[in-house]
Ligand binder design. Structure first.
Ligand code: URP
Ligand code: ZN
Ligand code: ZN
Ligand code: ZN
Length: 477
């Protein structure tokens, strides 16, 4: 007998680079060996017929964010990370949001109170900057970056979060100095407000008009503006949750120009359309699908696939941002029934991200297995300073693994989900490929839809600087 704690035997090991039939030996929570045939360890798992892949890393999830006067989120860290591991993920990177007027450091401490001891998987935090004061930019951010919060998110819309162009430039400039990577939510605030008021005046208040209020041109314009500001400040940026052709082409244009502009897309942009927001008959059931940017149409799905296949997008994240559907706290709360403006933005998806991409991507022949792993795990680790600890299967990496049945057919249904929300926007969707078991640092945490891990198994990840955040060249000022 060897000195492995666990040997996963007979599976097909898939990384971003290779697909090989191999055994995986695990010792002290890390991968100790990957080889054709390993001796048994203290324990053995038979993975024949299964794929053994790096656990999913979802670098865009929202958990336990404050309500801002609207409904509370349906997931805190316990239910959100429970849902994550059931869906084959082992790391999530949610956001620590700075409310206006608050210190970022204090906001980060608040999120740690929510997360520490309650998480089923490992986690880091991106910092949402809503109030870039001189002390935030000059003192708080550099110190937080040193402490492992090495990425920021900024918003070009939302009343409570929007930054003006000057503020965006200041944050970009600060990120450059700290070596942080900036994620940008690209939708133009004034255009959305204009459209929202006009639609309301015309009596068009059903959830569907959320999509009408923020068409692709609004996203394209903001994407271009963010890219221009990034060029001016010579700072790399990640354009998140890209919904269709127009913003995708802006990113591609910037990449071809040699700018360090990266892209993220999400399941809703290859699986939902704006028509879903119409509900049954332009009724409030459309509220289930309200998220920003909104899902578009079938031609947009094809444009997103084009961006995935040609490397415009590096990461495929869920943008899990769950709200209840029913009840006073739900998407359908009394205020939300008066106008789409008040329907909370966001949908659950951390548990369904892998099956949706696997099914539509790998099974339907659009991407390879290795691209699947890159898009769901490896590239997230590299982009956000977790590599080479997370995101691959090789000696020294954390033994974060998902055992995947490539042939399992499932129909996505709320009753299968482990999230806090009372619905899934993907209800009824047939998929092929499903997680069978999830291992966090060598511990079995989820198996066949059962949670066997515990809150507190997951720990905080102090992330390194992103190698993607290095500026392209020197600057005169
Ligand atoms: O609708 C969405 N996506 N809500 C989450 C917040 C964000 O912008 O990512
Ligand atoms: Zn620093
Ligand atoms: Zn966003
Ligand atoms: Zn988001």
């Amino acid at each position: 007998m060897s000195d492995f704690d666990l040997v996963i035997r007979g599976g097909t090991v898939v990384t971003a680079a290779d697909t090989v039939r191999a055994d995986v030996g695990i010792r002290s929570g890390r991968i100790a060996a990957v080889a054709d045939r390993l001796e048994d360890g203290a324990a053995r798992v038979d993975a024949s017929g299964l794929l053994v892949m790096p656990g999913g890393i979802d670098s865009h999830v929202h958990l336990a964010q404050p309500a801002f006067g609207g409904p509370a989120m349906a997931d805190g860290f316990e239910t959100g990370t429970r849902s994550a591991i059931a869906g084959g993920n082992t790391t999530v990177i949610p956001f620590a949001l700075q409310p206006r007027g608050a210190s970022l450091r204090a906001s980060v401490a608040d999120y740690h109170k929510e997360a520490d001891g309650r998480s089923y998987c490992d986690y880091g935090f991106h910092l949402i900057i809503s109030d870039p004061t001189a002390s935030v930019l000059g003192q708080e951010l550099p110190a937080l970056v040193d402490d492992g919060y090495t990425s920021f998110k900024v918003f070009m819309t939302y009343d409570d979060l929007v930054l003006n162009d000057r503020q965006l430039l200041e944050v970009f400039d600060c990120a450059r100095g700290c070596g942080a990577l900036v994620m940008v939510h690209c939708e133009g605030y004034d255009a959305i407000r204009f459209m929202t008021e006009r639609l309301e005046q015309a009596g068009r208040k059903a959830p569907y008009y959320h999509a009408v209020s923020r068409p692709e041109s609004v996203e394209r314009e903001a994407t271009h503006r963010a890219i221009s500001h990034a060029e001016l400040t010579d700072v790399p940026v990640m354009i998140v949750h890209v919904s269709g052709r127009e913003p995708m082409e802006q990113i591609r244009w910037a990449q071809r120009k040699g700018l360090k502009v990266y892209g993220e897309t999400c399941p809703q942009y290859i699986a939902l359309t704006a028509d879903d927001l119409k509900g049954l008959n332009m009724d409030e059931t459309g509220g289930k699908y309200v998220c920003s940017p909104p899902p578009r149409d079938h031609a947009s799905w094809e444009a997103i696939w084009e961006g995935i296949r040609t490397g415009v997008f590096q990461t495929f994240s869920s943008d899990h941002c769950p709200f209840y559907y029913e009840g006073e706290q739900g998407k359908l709360n009394p205020k939300a029934r008066t106008s789409f403006r008040w329907v909370p933005n966001g949908i659950p998806g951390v548990e369904t991200r892998l099956p949706i991409l696997y099914s539509k991507g790998v099974v339907e022949g659009r991407i390879s297995l290795n691209e699947f792993v890159a898009l769901t795990s490896t590239n997230h680790a590299k982009m956000y300073g977790l590599y080479p600890r997370k995101g691959s299967i090789a000696p020294g990496f954390d033994a974060d693994l998902v055992l995947w049945d490539p042939n399992r057919k499932e129909t996505i249904r709320q009753e299968l989900m482990h999230h806090g929300a009372d619905y899934t926007p993907y209800e009824g969707m047939a998929v092929t490929g499903w997680p069978v078991a999830t291992y966090l640092r060598g511990m079995l945490v989820a198996e066949e839809g059962r949670i066997v891990g515990e809150p507190g198994d997951g720990g905080f990840l102090k992330r390194g600087l992103s190698p993607y955040a290095v500026p392209a060249h020197g600057r005169e000022i």
